[in-house]
Ligand binder design. Sequence first.
Ligand code: ACO
Length: 365
Amino acid sequence: MKSGLEDVVAAETVLSDVDGLAGRLVIRGASLDDLVGRATYAQVLARLLDGMFDDLPDTASLERQLGAARVRVFPHLAAVDPAILELGPVEALRALMARIPDGEDFETALLLLAAPAVFTPGLVRLRQGSSPVPPDPALSQAADILLMMSGELPVAGQVAALDAYLVTVSDHGLNASTFAARVVASTRAGLVSAALAALGALKGPLHGGAPGPVLDMLDAIGTPDRAEDWIEAALDRGDRLMGFGHRIYRVRDPRADALKGAVEALARAGKVEVERVVLAQAVETAALNILRKRKPDRALDTNVEFYTALLLDALGFPRDAFTCVFAIGRMSGWVAHAREQILTGRLIRPQSLYVGPQPEQRRVG
Ligand code: ACO
């Protein structure tokens, strides 16, 4: 057996298809390239949730109800105490999300979709010693997140960049966190329990915890001329380069290009330093050349996390909260997959292959 379950098909889904050889991501019948920059987060959410709840409203009402749900979860930030603030942002987010009553209904889904969008900026501000900014239910999810982060209305280019990010990470096949969500949902524990399991899986650096370390790498490299030597030394030490490689993609992750486009648009709007983009491109080129030379048999390419780091940094999120922002976008996929699993009515319970010792034969008589 393969301990990473690679090539094992463990669920049927209508939600998304990851084609690792073609470098293509389909979200419920639409190619990612056709969605990013054209569809809003709320539209993609409506696409994913279609048929998953009997009482799902049309997209405009969904956006309004999501705004109202942000207002309903905001009071939970009052529960943040010094012990929660001492935790890392993902653990603090997990603690606050655990306050939402569990259930399998649309109301629970709305609160869950709103929760990380409200708690992430609130926690960032509380950690910085400022007060949380209340949500504005009339704004889009992306615009409201940026308002709650900075206290100021964002400009259109910033909203478009965050919307592009949330759409890009909305769903991605049976990745580790989504699988975790489906397993928990299959026990009928509820959507909150499923989302908490998923968030725990997302935290790891081999999954959603990579973009902060990508930024650390760019800072450590500093200037384009140092990229090759730094990368060679890191690989000599046996380190993995964050933002490169993927279990499924054997070519470039299509999400990397979607986010690279969003970063370049922000740079044109003067919201990212041009030197930062030049450095990232030099590091990416050097990393790909060196990885190809060192691992000729294993196609290692840029993944979603590389340009995520630049994008979220430019939008003012601190690097240790990047995984929380990932959770805001991926919550749509977690909820949709959890509901899809619940609707199958089937408990997920695979088998293990026992390779331990057998009990000694007991003497009888
Ligand atoms: N840097 C250096 N070497 C790498 C990298 C990397 N980023 N990724 C894989 N390799 C090497 C491995 O060391 C291994 O070499 P070996 O055969 O000599 O031991 C070989 O390539 C194959 O790697 P696997 O571990 O089989 O690849 P797997 O499919 O398990 O890994 C993963 C996928 C975890 C994403 C890996 O590429 C990695 O660690 N990347 C860095 C972390 C990262 O960017 N995580 C975000 C992923 S995207 C997401 O989940 C949202």
